[in-house]
Design a protein around this ligand. Structure first.
Ligand code: C5P
Length: 238
């Protein structure tokens, strides 16, 4: 594989043993890994440090959303664990996102700081119930611009929004896309899925992939096949 890993494997496990059994079969040259709320709550910072010490870039997916000072402190604590990427909720507002950015500024190699815009589980009716005017894509774009203008490195977004966000937010803005499925695989509980090649063609930088790798009979072989598809798509993009 050439270049940096584009795949972030979602370690959606209930404990460290499950996560490490999978990680033992992967290679840090071929992927990064994502630790979310379930695994972090169960296994804590020690697991994050273990993964980083094994050479894996860790995306700490805790979606911080609190007052600016609290989020800034949480971001500092996450960076001290050696994570490669962390995220906040754009709905926390510009002051919160700027505080997060500033909290990382003094580090020599700060982690990538990205925002969640609108949870993909929210339909237009849910947004209306909360008092938001407009439809989900408009809100996604508005929050992505706010994240960019607050100094964040990028956003987590569906691959279906990637092309629009790439056009509107510029070339350097990182797009992290979950909901990836191989052409031949099922959808699990994901609704709006995209293949790795389609996500890359639409401008995604990093693909969050869980079950197509974690539940594959041979996770490393599944990862390698996905990496080949990504490389071909990137070559086609030029
Ligand atoms: O197994 P699967 O590939 O569906 O896992 C996707 C991962 O990305 C999960 O950890 C899920 O929580 C996360 N995610 C998502 N959709 C979002 C944001 C995060 O599926 N909008």
């Amino acid at each position: 594989m050439t270049g940096e890993p584009r795949v972030i494997v979602a370690l959606d496990y209930a404990d460290a043993a499950g996560a490490l059994a999978l990680v033992d079969r992967l290679s840090p040259a071929q992927c990064r890994v994502k630790v979310g709320k379930e695994l972090f709550t169960a296994a804590g910072p020690a697991l994050v440090e273990t993964l980083a010490a094994r050479g894996f870039g860790v995306f700490l997916d805790l979606k911080y959303h609190d007052i600016p000072n609290t989020v800034a402190d949480a971001c500092r604590a996450a960076a001290a664990l050696g994570v490669w990427m962390l995220n906040v909720h754009a709905l926390g507002g510009a002051a919160m996102m700027k505080a997060a950015r500033e909290a990382l500024a003094s580090r020599s190699a700060p982690p990538q700081l990205v925002a969640v815009t609108v949870l993909t589980s929210m339909a237009d009716a849910d947004l209306a119930q909360l008092g938001f005017a407009g439809r989900a894509p408009e809100l996604v774009l508005r929050l992505a611009r706010l994240a960019r203008d607050s100094g964040l490195d990028g956003v987590v977004a569906s691959a279906h929004e990637a092309a629009l966000l790439r056009r509107e937010c510029g070339a350097g803005f990182r797009l992290v896309t979950p909901g990836i499925r191989l052409a031949e695989s099922g959808r699990d509980d994901q609704h709006r899925v995209a293949t790795p090649a389609a996500a890359i063609a639409d401008g995604a930088d990093y693909l969050v992939i869980g079950r197509p790798i974690t539940r594959a009979p041979d996770p490393l072989a599944a990862l390698q096949a996905i990496n080949r598809e990504i490389e071909q798509a990137m070559t086609a993009e030029g």
